[in-house]
Design a protein around this ligand. Structure first.
Ligand code: PHE
Length: 454
């Protein structure tokens, strides 16, 4: 099979770390994390989030990397190989399917951020901006079918171009350019934001620990945010792990990816809250509303706001791009290995499928009333896909990964050949308890709460 002929590996440890961190760092870090922190007890929530990352995120990421690293295969073949003639391969198939569908709607939101780079620059220069006019501008943009689809196509084409280059020449090479760029833009924005007049009020709102706001729901939010943010449950870390060489240090890689992801999320809040609090009485919102309505209002009213805003949307687009390439790579690796297609053909097929699958999502923010407000479910097509695949499927796959590694494949087999020095023994012991007991139980609680609570 084509996949068995010559399997690429990452060129360097840093290359892999940047690519994996690039996948993890995305829209979830930059717009979701800060708002959840702000609303759920500030530093108290950050503390819970860190515990969630340590107790659940890291163990699952390590498990996914191990599956890929031991099998050196795409998610479907990995399960097939480690546990032949069993139903486990369907877990891999679910992960690949979820990646394709998440890619389709994630790219839609990413294309909005791409379109907002020039729009913010020009828009902020041309009017003083208020939230009403920004809402109108956003609606006009998202309901303009041909414009939306053109930008969406451009974003997918850029993703395809990078993935076509392969692991070393495509993903790794671009990760080494895009991630440092992302760090630099973020650093500049943090400096600009914390020196704005009134920044201290924003920082106080963001970071002051308030344990009275910590409820069972916030704990649950911390766990599911950690999950989505670390790109778990989609076969991404299985796929990226499969390209690691045999002497890779998986435990320290896991640690560094989780730390970078958390650090960037915390820094994003240092940009958003000081900026928000420059306007009195402005209510922090969540998700698209915050990004496309509230923040442009802020950008158009602060000194050098157009540059600040343009930088912010460039940051979002880069973060989304490094995530979308990881999603596409999962599907492409699968097509190359299971269907024996060439990389180019796989990328073209995946890009075309994404384009088609994403059309209803692209038209679900006003362009077509049917997709904007679906009958029966009463939400937009994009929200429906996010609930089914971005929340439910993701946790289902991750739960299956824990049960597979902890109970079926066995901890000993998973760790075979892993370099474990003395200092690591305790870590490994904690990991096996986490993967066998803590993570599956946490996942069942989240799944049940998703199904029956909200
Ligand atoms: N981890 C990404 C973020 O924080 C989201 C993502 C989910 C990326 C799934 C790829 C796949 O935004």
């Amino acid at each position: 099979m084509a996949g068995q002929v010559a399997r690429e590996t990452w060129g360097s440890k840093a290359g892999f770390l940047l690519a994996a961190a690039g996948s993890a760092i995305g829209l979830g870090n930059i717009w979701r994390f800060p708002t959840v922190v702000g609303e759920s007890g500030g530093a108290a929530f950050v503390l819970m989030y860190l515990i969630a990352v340590l107790a659940i995120g890291m163990p699952v990421m390590f498990a996914e990397l191990l599956i890929g690293w031991q099998s050196r295969s795409n998610p479907v073949k990995a399960f097939q190989q480690l546990c032949p003639s069993s139903f486990w391969r369907f877990v891999g198939l679910l992960a690949v399917t979820a990646s394709l569908i998440i890619l389709s709607y994630y790219s839609v939101i990413a294309s909005w951020t791409l379109a907002y780079i020039p729009q913010t620059y020009l828009g902020a220069l041309s009017n003083a901006g208020n939230q009403g006019s920004n809402a109108e501008r956003f609606e006009n943009f998202t309901s303009n079918i041909s414009y939306v689809i053109s930008v969406y196509t451009i974003f997918i084409a850029i993703t395809m171009m990078i993935v076509m280059g392969g692991i070393r020449e495509g993903i790794e090479r671009w990760g080494k350019v895009l991630m440092p760029l992302l760090f630099i833009i973020l650093l500049m924005l943090v400096i600009r934001a914390v020196t704005l007049p009134g920044a201290s009020r924003g920082l106080e709102f963001y970071l002051r620990p308030d344990f009275s706001k910590v409820t069972a729901e916030t704990v649950l939010n911390a766990v599911s945010q950690a999950f989505f943010s670390l790109s778990l449950g989609m076969g991404i870390m299985i796929t990226y792990g499969s390209y690691l060489s045999k002497d890779a240090d998986l435990a320290s890689s896991t640690f560094w990816v989780c730390m970078m992801d958390t650090l960037i999320a915390v820094c994003a809040g240092l940009v958003i809250f000081p900026a928000l609090f420059t306007i009195p009485d402005l209510q922090p919102a969540e998700g698209p509303k915050l990004i496309f309505l509230v923040l442009p209002t802020v950008f158009s009213s602060i000194p050098a706001g157009s540059i600040f805003g343009t930088g912010f949307f460039a940051l979002l687009t880069i973060a989304a791009l490094t995530s979308s390439i990881s999603l596409m790579e999962v599907v492409v690796t699968y097509l190359v290995e299971q269907w024996s297609w060439s990389r180019n053909k796989s990328v073209l097929a995946c890009g075309f499928a994404t384009l088609l699958l994403g059309l209803p999502s692209a038209m679900s923010a006003g362009a077509l009333p049917f997709f904007t407000d679906l009958p029966i479910v009463g939400c937009s097509f994009l929200d429906l896909m996010d609930t089914i695949f971005g929340k439910f499927c993701l946790i289902l796959v991750a739960m299956a990964v824990c049960i597979f590694v902890g109970w079926k494949w066995s901890i000993a087999a998973a760790l075979q050949g892993v370099q474990v020095n003395r200092a690591h023994h305790l870590v490994i012991a904690c990991w096996s308890v986490a993967i066998r007991f803590v993570c599956p139980v946490a996942m069942v609680v989240i799944l049940l709460s998703l199904l029956f609570w909200r």
